[in-house]
Design a binder for this molecule. Structure first.
Ligand SMILES: Cc1ncc(COP(=O)(O)O)c(C=O)c1O
Length: 162
């Protein structure tokens, strides 16, 4: 599975965990992270509820219908605060909007993340449920500082790269 998605040599069994259900994994991730989490809205319902349960600070980035409810580099820059630790949850393909980010869009978002030292949690459990798989890509291809979750069957593979 790691080979299928991640060609980088940096990934190994030693920096991978497999858990029983993605919801639990996200909860653990949010529990462990100290800083502000950025949610791209509309978003999958549980991110916000988990942050509330954990009493962790978060900010919403409201996307627009004109942009097919996608995060744009401009929108991201506009919404960023000056917190030391920032975590962006980027869900692609997106539940509930169905938005799918192109490779170019992901590259541009990655540039902003790099510039602002943002950690990205790439929730990509629907990555293989696209009509045109070549249209998009795992965010990890463009950005090293991320956590990624892939594969709906395995349901909870977390790769952590620093
Ligand atoms: C975007 C997204 N992430 C995570 C999950 C959670 O998956 P699980 O059912 O494995 O807890 C879901 C489930 O609907 C989802 O839509």
């Amino acid at each position: 599975m790691i080979k299928k998605y991640y060609s980088s040599e940096n990934y190994s069994v030693a920096n991978t965990i497999v858990v029983n259900g993605l919801k639990e994994l996200i909860f653990l991730l949010l529990f462990a992270f100290e800083g502000t989490t950025y949610l791209v809205r509309p978003s999958w319902v549980s991110y916000e509820e988990q942050l509330k349960i954990l009493n962790k600070p978060y900010k919403s980035i409201i996307t627009k219908m004109e942009n097919n409810f996608k995060l744009t580099p401009e929108l991201l820059e506009l919404n960023l605060g000056n917190e030391k630790n920032k975590l962006l949850i980027l869900n692609n393909p997106t539940n509930p909007t169905g938005a799918v980010y192109s490779k170019e869009e992901l590259k541009k978002i990655a540039e902003i993340c790099k510039k602002n030292n943002i950690i990205v949690f790439a929730d990509e459990i629907y990555l293989d449920l696209t009509f045109e798989r070549d249209y998009t890509e795992s965010f990890s291809k463009y950005y090293q500082k991320h956590f990624a979750v892939v594969d709906i069957e395995l349901d909870g593979l977390l790769l952590l790269q620093n």
